[in-house]
Design a protein around this ligand. Sequence first.
Ligand code: TPP
Length: 324
Amino acid sequence: MAKLTKEELIKMYSQMVLIRLFESKIGEIYGKGAIPGEMHLSNGQEAIAVGVCANLRADDAISSTHRAHGHMIAKGVDLKKMTAELFGRKAGLCKGKGGHMHLFDPSIKFGCGGIVGAGLPLAVGSGLAFKRKGLDSVSVVFFGDGAANQGTFHESLNLAALWKLPVIFVCEDNCYGISVTKEMSTAIKSNADRAVSYGIPGVAADGNDVAEVYQATKAAVERARKGEGPTLLEFTTYRLMGHFEGDPEVYKPKEEHEEALRNEPIIRLEKVLLEEYGVSAEELVKIKEARQAEIEEAIKFAETSPWPKPEEALEDVFVEGGVR
Ligand SMILES: Cc1ncc(C[n+]2csc(CCOP(=O)(O)OP(=O)(O)O)c2C)c(N)n1
């Protein structure tokens, strides 16, 4: 398989850093009570979002979960509008009515939601639409190892396989569904093995290695664009944060968490860039500083944006005149 170029890897690093720094900052602000609702962060899972989305075009669709910030950033969202949505402000993607778990942006063909497993059939719907319109766009769905035990997972894989739809099923195995380990909830070791039940390829790869994620997804996307049908990808990773912000995480063994910190994707990629691609430490610092400045700007935009008015609460709930 072709090795990624230095430019490609630096671009991926920069996006992973943006996601990590953004979520860390959001976690900090959330802790002070400035962001309403719940908060689920994806620290540690950045390589999956970035490695998958590096294969996508603007016309490809994404259906995501309650832990969606990374996916949305990697798909190219306007960070200011996304941040304003998290803060519940009128300038947000959904005029402040969706919040962190309900981020929608038709301009980048992205949607997510808090119902575990609900994104899978939606992605099949997008895939069906692309196929019927004769387009070579693909539909990607991110879901957790917990969601892989929902009925929607099996129903979606079955239909997508039967109709040879251009859907890439991306299971992010971060070892836990809230406090329940994968071993406690899942009868088999790798969800990728479930693909055989539907006669489609199932690929398990290291979700903390952005190049591996990229290459596995590349093959799946190529197959989907050629009309050869769906692929199930399972990327193993680790959720470095709690399930939600405020989670005491009493269920995580200390040694397991420490090991995960040593194996986390950004540190691993830094090592590759420094040792194998001749990138300097100063260059990496500059990338981090530039990304941090973008984040500060987005947060300032959100904090200074007006709140929606109470009388606007019922606006945009129904589409007037039917669905177009
Ligand atoms: C249908 C449904 N059941 C239960 C919940 C409560 N819930 C929210 S997140 C979650 C765990 C999801 O685990 P996983 O799919 O592995 O994703 P992760 O949180 O690890 O990213 C559960 C059970 C829900 N939101 N929706």
